[in-house]
Design a protein around this ligand. Structure first.
Ligand code: BGC
Length: 468
């Protein structure tokens, strides 16, 4: 959590339910049905192999967004980088869809940019929405389903100026945007309203590394969290109402950033307690609220907050999980301190590589929100050399396969990211891409790991042992 990253009723897909039912009927553990032979780990039919990106990180020229302004202030972004043209994704649409097509993915997760669509209140840019429709049509033309995120970290400047997530009319404005987008974009079944609420909250209002750049005590996180929950709920209902009017089936979720958070010393009750509270605050407070409709946050010796939010309960048709890493927590000075597990290998940014953490996250989510279908909306590694990426993907896929075999409903996996891109406060140096981007020429160069991921997508599975 926080320190390593600068961050503190579903409709399960039929194939998964059927696979599990068949197992139960045969009295066999699901793995016997899912795995065709012992060395090939086959994923369920219809499993969504996916790659992910976000608009601000790849498109370029997001001039009407709060991030564009934020980047212009010295000290905000490492190496004084600016997103600028980013990967020029706006102009390289066809080329990038070609990459996805060659990778044989079934789904492409990308975001659309509110600041470009509605650069001024109530002024909608037709050219922009036409561009996104073209993107969707071109994806469909090569058999790829879009998974569209409405808000991935950025806000239009005009929204930020009114107070962003704390603006009283934010839920209305966000739902209005969602409504406009839904009425204009055709061919999208799956939507994500907000990407990583807790990252925005923690980085933006506690650490001050994201806009609006505030450094509040934890109690100060409650108002923007409530604002976000309300905005999500209203957008959820707006999208569903519109879909019903047009007799379309859609699904709406959130992409949550979940981490394996545990005590540094499992024999120390104070560390255990501290880890419990850290994990509650980071992983579950927001998600519990979305599921139950009740926001409840308690930080011992500091504050407790409780509020019932009308229309919020059950506003997730699937659970999106962005999973990257694990953290240790120890009790310190009446609070807690997070750290990186020393024994684990690290990525270029010093984040621990922890497939076991994915297993923990999947178990937790399933225990808490039974029967909800899960989509891994992001999982990836900053690894410029590409020496660790293939193993990283492999090890996480093995965990995923095991989880599915145990009956956990995971319907898809998005690798983050299709290509290197603008890594927010870190600028351009971290390299998450399956494709390397040469920022001088904007050329995309495949890294060796693309081959592994493509094979996995084509075969709908992986060999249990990695041949390297
Ligand atoms: C975000 C991405 C980001 C990735 C790697 C996730 O938290 O959704 O936008 O690039 O992590 O830092």
């Amino acid at each position: 959590m926080p320190q390593s990253k600068n961050k503190l009723p579903a409709k399960p897909l039929p194939h998964l339910s059927i696979a599990v039912l068949v197992c139960l009927a045969l009295g066999a553990p699901p793995s016997l049905v899912i795995a065709a032979d012992s060395s090939f780990l086959e994923f369920p039919i219809g499993f969504s192999w996916c790659a992910a990106t976000a608009a601000h990180q790849i498109e370029g020229q997001n001039t009407q967004s709060d991030w564009w302004q934020w980047e212009s202030v010295s000290g905000h972004i490492q190496n004084a980088d600016r997103s600028g043209n980013a990967c020029d994704g706006w102009n390289k649409l066809q080329e990038d869809i070609g990459l996805l097509h060659n990778m044989a993915v079934k789904t492409y997760r990308f975001s659309i940019e509110w600041a470009k669509i509605e650069p001024q209140p109530g002024i909608w840019d037709e050219k922009v929405i036409a561009h996104y429709q073209q993107e969707i049509d071109r994806l469909h033309a090569v058999g790829i389903e879009p998974l569209v995120t409405l808000q991935h970290f950025t806000l239009p400047v005009w929204v930020a100026q009114k107070g962003g997530w704390e603006w009283a009319d934010m839920p209305k404005a966000f739902a209005h945007y969602a409504n406009y987008v839904y009425s204009r974009l055709h061919g999208v079944r799956d939507w994500i309203t907000i990407n990583e609420p807790m990252v925005v909250i923690y980085n933006g209002y506690h650490e001050g590394t994201f806009p609006p750049g505030q450094k509040r005590e934890l109690v100060g996180l409650v108002p923007p969290m409530l604002g976000m929950l309300k905005a999500h709920a209203l957008a959820y209902h707006t999208l569903h109402t519109e879909a019903e009017h047009s007799h379309k089936e859609i699904r709406v979720g959130i992409a949550h950033h979940l981490r394996y958070i545990h005590a540094l010393h499992s024999y120390n009750p104070l560390d255990l307690l501290a880890a419990h509270f850290a994990s509650e605050a980071w992983n579950w407070v927001f998600m519990d609220a979305v599921e139950s409709g009740r926001f409840k946050m308690w930080v011992p010796l500091q504050f407790s907050a409780k509020e019932d939010l009308l229309g919020l309960a059950g506003t997730e048709d699937f659970i999106g999980i962005n999973y990257y890493s694990e953290d240790t927590v120890r009790f310190s000075h009446g609070g807690f301190e997070t750290g990186v597990p020393v024994e684990l290998e690290k990525n270029d940014m010093g984040w621990a590589i922890s497939p076991r953490g994915l297993a923990w996250v999947l178990e937790q989510v399933t225990d808490r929100y039974r029967k909800k279908s899960i989509f891994i909306t992001e999982n990836g590694i900053a690894d410029r050399s590409d020496l660790k990426r293939t193993k990283f993907i492999h090890d996480h896929l093995v965990v995923l396969h095991e989880a599915i075999a145990r009956g956990i409903l995971v319907e898809g996996y998005c690798y983050w990211s299709l290509m290197d891109n603008f890594e927010w406060a870190n600028g351009f140096w971290p390299r998450f891409g399956l494709f390397e981007v040469d920022y001088k020429t904007e050329q995309r160069v495949p890294r060796p790991s693309v081959k592994y991921f493509t094979e996995a997508a084509k075969r709908n599975g992986i060999d249990s042992a990695l041949k390297q």
